[in-house]
Design a protein around this ligand. Structure first.
Ligand SMILES: Cc1cc2nc3c(=O)[nH]c(=O)nc-3n(C[C@H](O)[C@H](O)[C@H](O)COP(=O)(O)OP(=O)(O)OC[C@H]3O[C@@H](n4cnc5c(N)ncnc54)[C@H](O)[C@@H]3O)c2cc1C
Length: 346
């Protein structure tokens, strides 16, 4: 039994199906979900310090292969590689970018520096920019929707809220209402804080808000632009601006304050004034952890209970590898990496 039909739960169910396992996925489409809000960006160099994404050289090939396989299986397009441009915000940024560029570890993700105003004439660019290779974005709502639809068609999905109080241990597994399961795997995203078996993990959820926009005047080539915030243009001419980061307000409601923050950052980034129409304003909670690593593995004492969580702001890139490792662990007892193993919090 898999609880939570978001990115993690659906990919895990798909992997178990590939491995010939029987499963039931329980998830509520009425509950908040991070995947619905996420841009699905896979960015190898992120954050103020421009650091390479954890384990990127291992997670990217697995992510690309997983999404490509799902695309072929279901006849969809969900995974789109895209060039990245990051604008330095000050002289310090520029120095840091230079250091990264000289670091051999960054050679496959940073290709070249561009002089001020060289990379994209639409943007204010006083300090220069650098190109990011191997970036991509994944249409996460489409991936989840297509997988859920296939599980529904096979009678393997229940759209309902899972009630932890109804789950009881039996001599050979777990009973949930009319269902018996050998194993229960929780993939609840930020809602794991309500899970009585796993709620004490050191989580660090963070709210994020994004805007979907249109503009009659702004036409940008298909690149991922990272100024103070990032801007992602879509093939239909619309674009997405993101994302805010907030640890103190963990409600899932969008706020006017963050909308203004995102619009102000965009106006500041662009050279010319543009009329921007906001077509959607979404908020969600990233399921982060204190050490910014995913968490996978078995409950320390309750036999048959498992967890996949902590995908934070990088689920699009890390979920494929994490679901693969958890599947191998559950089915073959293959060891998982120490860095992501739930046992690190024992
Ligand atoms: C603003 C924002 C921008 C983001 N941008 C990116 C990005 O560009 N790139 C990227 O890689 N990641 C991004 N993320 C993060 C990404 O969304 C997460 O890493 C990913 O969705 C985590 O997957 P998950 O399945 O663990 O959680 P979710 O996607 O939240 O899925 C969990 C599911 O479990 C369900 N559930 C929980 N409890 C129950 C229950 N009791 N009963 C029934 N169902 C339950 C929830 O309703 C939900 O559907 C962003 C997140 C936010 C909020």
């Amino acid at each position: 039994m898999i609880v939570g039909a978001g990115l993690a739960g659906c990919l895990l169910a798909w992997r178990l199906q590939q491995a010939g396992q029987r499963f039931l996925l329980i998830g509520s489409s009425a509950m908040p979900s991070a995947f619905r809000v996420a841009a699905g960006v896979i960015n190898p160099v992120t954050g103020r310090w421009m650091t390479k994404t954890w384990n990127f050289d291992q997670v990217l090939p697995e992510a690309a292969e997983t999404y490509r396989t799902i695309e072929q299986q279901f006849g969809i397009q969900a995974y789109r590689p895209i060039p990245g441009v990051r604008f330095c915000q000050n002289a310090e940024d520029l120095k840091r970018a230079g250091r990264r560029m000289r670091n051999p570890r960054y050679q496959n993700v940073l290709s070249r520096m561009a002089a001020p105003s060289e990379a994209a004439p639409e943007f204010n660019d006083d300090f220069g920019s650098f190109h990011i290779d191997q970036a991509a974005y994944v249409d996460l709502p489409l991936v989840v929707q297509i997988l859920r639809a296939s599980f529904i068609a096979q009678g393997q999905f229940r759209d309902e809220t899972f009630l932890h109080s109804e789950l009881q241990p039996t001599t050979n597994g777990w009973q949930y209402k009319d269902l018996h399961a050998d194993k229960v795997i929780f993939c609840e995203g930020a809602a794991v804080q309500n899970n009585p078996w796993f709620k004490n993990l050191p989580l660090k959820p963070a709210k994020g808000e994004i805007l979907l926009c249109q503009s009659p005047t702004l036409r940008l080539p298909q690149k991922l632009y990272h100024h103070k915030k990032w801007l992602l243009p879509y093939p239909d001419g619309s674009f997405r601006i993101g994302a805010t980061y907030e640890e103190s307000d963990l409600s899932d409601a969008p706020t006017e304050g963050k909308k203004d923050e995102l619009l102000a950052a965009t106006r500041e980034a662009l050279k010319e004034p543009h009329q921007i129409e906001v077509t959607a304003h979404l908020a969600g909670i990233r399921p982060g952890t204190v050490d910014s690593r995913p968490i996978i593995g078995a409950h320390p004492t309750e036999l048959g209970l498992y967890l996949l969580n902590g995908l934070g702001s990088k689920g699009a890139s890390t979920a494929p590898l994490m679901t693969q490792q958890l599947t191998e662990y559950i089915l073959k007892n293959s060891p998982t990496e120490n860095e992501v193993n739930i046992a690190r919090f024992d």
